[in-house]
Design a binder for this molecule. Structure first.
Ligand SMILES: NC(=O)c1ccc[n+]([C@@H]2O[C@H](COP(=O)([O-])OP(=O)(O)OC[C@H]3O[C@@H](n4cnc5c(N)ncnc54)[C@H](O)[C@@H]3O)[C@@H](O)[C@H]2O)c1
Length: 312
């Protein structure tokens, strides 16, 4: 039986996620958007690309959630992206309404689906979707950490000239400028980054990683990044459908892990067919814990704003 993945929001990240997923040939795909004709057009265009790369999956676009019926995974990318000068938090009011409604509509047709949230502010939108849908935490994760870690890996590769395949980086915390790149744990072929790079170069990479999303927003001027966020979501969906038990950094609902609770936050999670199977707890040093707590405070503040806007 072919699996089905629905992507809500067929804009830049949604359609690019469909692209990366179609290449993986792991599920039939449905794109849903409010703009008439757009998801249908993009789905048809993608479908017409598949003979060239030899992939047999169905790709359908719709303005109606009924097309998503029976999805194993629902990916929510619907909402507005940042403009230059905006923080992810500036999107909260508009996107809360969109994500809340999208979650309810998707659950109506796929009551057992697992959810991957991409819409920003990410950790707060994942919290909203979980509360709105009354989902157990295993069924919902937010994408942030794979992207932030990939950005750091790319910057390390640019600095050192070493293959990205040799570079492992771990970025935890909220998906905002307070995110926490773990320099002590990140490495090049097993050599800690702190040994490989001088402190000033490493610090520059950490800063660029934290502001990585904003760097792209200010270059694009209209909209935000999509290739890297979308491939990160595709990796998560693949890990779930293939029951890989893959450990990746992602936003999960914490219930005491890392000394934090009642918020979605970027931590290492294990993904498999049942969704978020496990939260892995690193033994962090005092500086790393302090940085995580600072990041958590920013996410908590965002949840307070959310609670003042909507009743969930
Ligand atoms: N978590 C991450 O790492 C990450 C990375 C990139 C972008 N984002 C976020 O993802 C969101 C989408 O970004 P994008 O670049 O795809 O934006 P986009 O504007 O290209 O696409 C968003 C789409 O959502 C659609 N939409 C709006 N309301 C809808 C609804 N109720 N139902 C269905 N579709 C609806 C819009 O019509 C639009 O096509 C933004 O909030 C952005 O900040 C998150």
């Amino acid at each position: 039986m072919t699996a089905k993945i629905s992507i809500v929001g067929a804009g830049m990240t949604g359609s690019t996620t469909a692209h990366w997923l179609a290449e993986r040939e792991i599920a039939d795909l449905v794109l849903v958007d409010i703009v008439e004709g757009m998801p249908q057009g993009k789905a048809l265009d993608l479908l017409e690309a598949l003979p060239v790369i030899g992939r047999d999956v169905a790709v359908v676009g719709s303005n109606d959630f009924s097309a998503t019926k029976g999805s194993e995974i629902v990916i929510i990318t619907a909402g507005i992206p940042r403009k230059p000068g905006m923080s992810r938090e500036d999107l909260l009011t508009t996107n809360a309404k969109i994500v809340g409604e999208a979650t309810t509509s998707a659950l109506k047709y796929s009551p057992d689906a697992l959810f991957i949230i991409l819409t920003n502010p990410l950790d707060t939108m994942a919290y909203l979707a979980m509360k709105t849908g009354k989902l157990p935490r295993e069924r919902i994760v937010g994408q942030a950490g794979i992207l932030d870690s990939a950005r750091m890996r790319a910057f390390v590769a640019l600095e050192t000239g070493v293959s990205v395949e040799n570079i492992a980086c771990y970025v935890l915390g909220g998906h905002g400028d307070e995110m926490v790149p773990l320099t002590g744990r990140s490495n090049i072929a097993g050599i800690p980054l702190r040994e490989y790079l001088p402190p000033d170069k490493l610090e520059a990479i950490v800063t660029r990683t934290r502001k990585g999303g904003g760097e792209i927003v200010s270059l694009l001027k209209t909209g935000s990044a999509y290739y890297a966020p979308a491939v990160a979501v595709a990796q998560m969906a693949e890990a779930i459908l293939k029951d890989k038990h893959l450990i990746v950094p992602a936003s999960a609902f914490l219930m005491g892990e890392y000394g934090l609770k009642d918020l979605f936050f970027g931590v290492p999670v294990q993904l498999g067919r049942n969704g978020m199977e496990k939260i892995v707890e690193y033994r962090l040093d005092a500086d790393e814990m302090t940085a995580l707590e600072k990041s958590a405070a920013a996410v908590k503040e965002s949840i307070t704003v959310l609670n003042s806007l909507v009743k969930i």
